[in-house]
Design a protein around this ligand. Sequence first.
Ligand SMILES: *[C@@H]1O[C@H](CO)[C@@H](O)[C@H](O)[C@H]1NC(C)=O
Ligand SMILES: *[C@@H]1O[C@H](CO)[C@@H](O)[C@H](O)[C@H]1NC(C)=O
Length: 319
Amino acid sequence: MPPRTALNWGVLPPSFLLPSTASTSIAAAAAAAALKQLPNTSRRTIKSIHDPRPNRFTHNPKHEPLESTSTAALARREHSTPLRSGALALKRGMTALYDPETGKRTACTVLQLDRNEVVAHKTRDVHGYYAVQVGAGLKRAANVTRPMLGHFATAGVSPKRWVAEFKVRGKEGLGLGVGERILASWFTEGQFVDVKGTSRGMGFAGGMKRHGFGGQPASHGQSLMHRGMGSAGGSQGSGSRVLPGKRMAGRMGNESVTVQNLKVLKVDAENGLVVVNGCVPGPKNSILKIRDALKKSWPEGPMTSAEIAPTKAAVEATA
Ligand SMILES: *[C@@H]1O[C@H](CO)[C@@H](O)[C@H](O)[C@H]1NC(C)=O
Ligand SMILES: *[C@@H]1O[C@H](CO)[C@@H](O)[C@H](O)[C@H]1NC(C)=O
């Protein structure tokens, strides 16, 4: 076993306490030099064998802490920000299409773009982010407030019933100029879209309807609690309280719902129709936001109005 290193107490003992051999100045200097070379072993606190806990505001102590600037926040969201604008559409109803290749019948929803026009651009310099403001529908001028009338007049579009913004990644996303029309051919057949809308309001609903609770037995002396939710939690031990987030009866539906990855089966630019597979939230004639699917690769669709395929009527008008 190697000899244990002497503890360095930080200060040398006074010279009259040192042994006579060390009291000579040369020996004292040598001893002091030897003491200096010893590793600093004077840590007399209890040291944890674990690494320090990570700061709860950073993901990983090995990584750089997240920056709190708006530029950094935009950069973090960049991969999930669409390259181009979406559009507003009305839900017209559901039908079914036969796939000519497989002969399979698929349920699908018909969406219609109603006079979609770009009302404004939001830019990073002025507003802090890039977005396209899209208006749809028609509203009588007498029903529109004067500030909004001025806003529509600046863009050179008729007053719109619905106005919504679509965030885009950068300047290239502003390919559609202010006042330009968004046709259904903005979307290409076969691409995937996300559709966002408001679900049907069910009013105040019980636990069985709202959360799928099982309810209680029909017989064996059950008394007026057949559809009741039962116990809301334990008594002693769980704090004698109802834990936050307990699912109960309450308002159901009438909330924003996004359906992701719907395939565009058919596009009819003449009538402004976009047919997507599956179902979308809300009743008929409700307004929906359609945009390129976030969880699929970005489509190769048009980025500017010049790239949108013109409708047959427009081609005949120019001919
Ligand atoms: C305008 O508002 C009136 C009620 O003030 C309403 O009855 C009418 O349908 C609205 N018209 C349009 C085109 O929005
Ligand atoms: C939907 O919610 C809004 C408030 O967010 C409320 O005014 C409206 O009455 C609700 N509609 C239905 C059908 O529940």
